[in-house]
Design a protein around this ligand. Structure first.
Ligand code: SF4
Length: 72
């Protein structure tokens, strides 16, 4: 059954290739189990995706960019 990805930074994923592509780049998992655990816990979880350290870094980057835009 395909996963419903929830993270707003998600772009695409391939379980056979054990890969997730999101705004931060491409994540290549060494095992299908690792891919499934990560995507279930973070990418396809709502709530849950906010706990991904990559999503947090992207959120912080967005907040910095917005703060910079307000200073102009
Ligand atoms: S949860 Fe993390 S790894 Fe998954 S799509 Fe979002 S930022 Fe990327």
């Amino acid at each position: 059954m395909p996963r419903a990805f929830q993270c707003p930074y998600f772009r695409r994923a391939s379980a056979p290739r054990r890969r997730v592509n999101c705004s931060c780049g491409a994540l290549q998992f060494p095992s299908l189990q690792g891919y499934l655990e990560h995507t279930k816990t973070y990418c396809a979880a709502n709530p849950g995706w906010e706990n991904c350290t990559l999503a947090q870094a992207l959120n912080e980057e967005e907040m910095r960019r917005e703060a910079g835009e307000k200073l102009r």
